[in-house]
Every structure is written in structure tokens, then in C-alpha cells.
Design a binder for this molecule. Structure first.
Ligand code: ZN
Length: 217
């Protein structure tokens, strides 16, 4: 079993265009990077987690197309044009750009910062896959900003995720070579751990905290 896809029909909530797009139906992975980029088996599914309108470039998760009224009030074609005119859009790989546009649309529509941070994190993974470290750094900085907001404003719906997100913020800071911030967030993981079954995250934190102290990236 490797990555599999299907083709579905969509109507763009921003411009009304009707089109078909490929979405992911199953994935398999073996291992992951320390910021949870899965090592996928078969074709890389990341770009197909989002559906992009071929006419106006609106990008969102497939399920977001099912709630067009949420989007229609705030996202129009000019909104997307404005997003696309930002300088960063010329520097990041096309697959990462989908996540960037979706993240910006989520910002415009006032979505949970946890989900916004996750979109930018996935964008940073696309940059890493394309060996574009500069773009990866920009997207990691955006990911960490919104993941931090989600912890600070307690917007993470599942409390079991809090230790994992706290670790992830530390790990992103470590990758961004901000040792002090990485240390702070790594040391907070133990405080927020409630479930003993999550011992693995503590072990991973200790390992990455040690790397952080020895300045190995
Ligand atoms: Zn469109």
C-alpha cells in the first residue's frame, strides 16, 4: 500500500470556476524527520492535500470547498491577487506556494492559528523536499509564529496535542538556530505532559534538546 489518489469535482468559492482535481485517499510512510515530515512511500502526496483552483489560484483543503459561504464573505479574486503579489511568492517552490496561499486565506478568514501554523509547516516541508533552504526558513518562521499563537491562546482543540506542539515549536526554533527559544520550548514539554503514553515525545525532546546545546543542525 502506497499513496493513492482520486479525482473529484470542485467549485471554486472565490471565482465560481468548476474543475476536477486530484486528492489523496491513502498514504503510507516509514519514519519521519524530527519536525514530523513523514518519509512517504510512493509518490509524495503533500501537494495533493490541498485543492487549487486553476483559474484564480484559490487554495484550500478539499473540505473547505464544501463550506463556500465561509470563504465567499472574505475571499475574492482580488484578495488572492494581492496574496500572489507578495514578494515571497516569487521565491518559494510551486508546491509550497499552495500552502502559503491557503495559510493566507485562513488568516483572512480568521481561522484557528493551529491550522494556519500547520499549513505553513507543510509548506516548509515542500521547500525542504525541493532543497530550497531559504524558502524553508521563511515558511518555518511563519509556522512557528502561528503555532506559538495557538499555544498562547489555547486554541488547540485536542489537549493531547499540546506536548507535541510545544516540542514542535522548540524543534522549529532549533532548526532556525534560535537556541535560546528552542531551549525554552523544549523545557516546557515536561510541564504540559499529562498522559504517560506520550513518553515518546519526552524522549524525542531530550534528544533534540541535546542537539540544540551542541549546536548540530
Ligand atoms: Zn477560482
Amino acid at each position: 500500500m502506497v499513496t493513492s489518489f482520486k479525482i473529484s469535482g470542485f467549485t471554486c468559492p472565490a471565482c465560481g470556476s468548476v474543475f476536477d482535481a486530484r486528492t489523496v485517499t491513502s498514504i503510507t510512510h516509514q519514519g519521519q524527520d524530527s519536525d514530523f515530515l513523514p518519509h512517504y512511500l510512493g509518490e509524495n502526496p503533500l501537494p495533493y492535500f490541498l485543492v487549487q483552483c486553476p483559474d484564480c489560484n484559490f487554495s484550500a483543503y478539499p473540505e473547505d470547498y464544501a463550506e463556500p459561504e465561509v470563504v465567499q464573505q472574505k475571499v475574492s479574486v482580488p484578495t488572492i491577487k494581492r496574496i500572489l503579489s507578495l514578494p515571497i511568492c516569487r521565491k518559494i517552490p510551486e508546491e509550497a506556494l499552495k500552502f502559503f496561499i491557503a495559510g493566507k486565506i485562513y488568516e483572512e478568514t480568521g481561522r484557528n492559528p493551529y491550522h494556519i501554523g500547520n499549513l505553513y509547516l507543510r509548506g516548509s516541508w515542500c521547500c525542504r523536499i525541493h532543497d530550497n533552504r531559504k524558502a524553508e526558513i521563511e515558511m518555518q518562521q511563519m509556522a512557528v509564529k502561528f503555532l506559538r499563537l495557538s499555544v498562547e491562546r489555547s486554541t488547540i482543540n485536542n489537549p493531547d496535542n499540546l506536548p507535541v506542539v510545544t516540542y514542535l515549536i522548540g524543534e522549529l526554533y532549533r532548526r532556525l538556530e534560535d537556541r535560546k527559544a528552542a531551549r525554552e520550548w523544549f523545557s516546557a514539554v515536561e510541564e504540559v505532559l499529562i498522559d504517560q503514553e506520550q513518553q515518546w515525545i519526552l524522549e524525542l525532546t531530550q534528544k533534540q534538546a541535546e542537539l540544540n546545546e551542541h549546536f548540530i543542525n
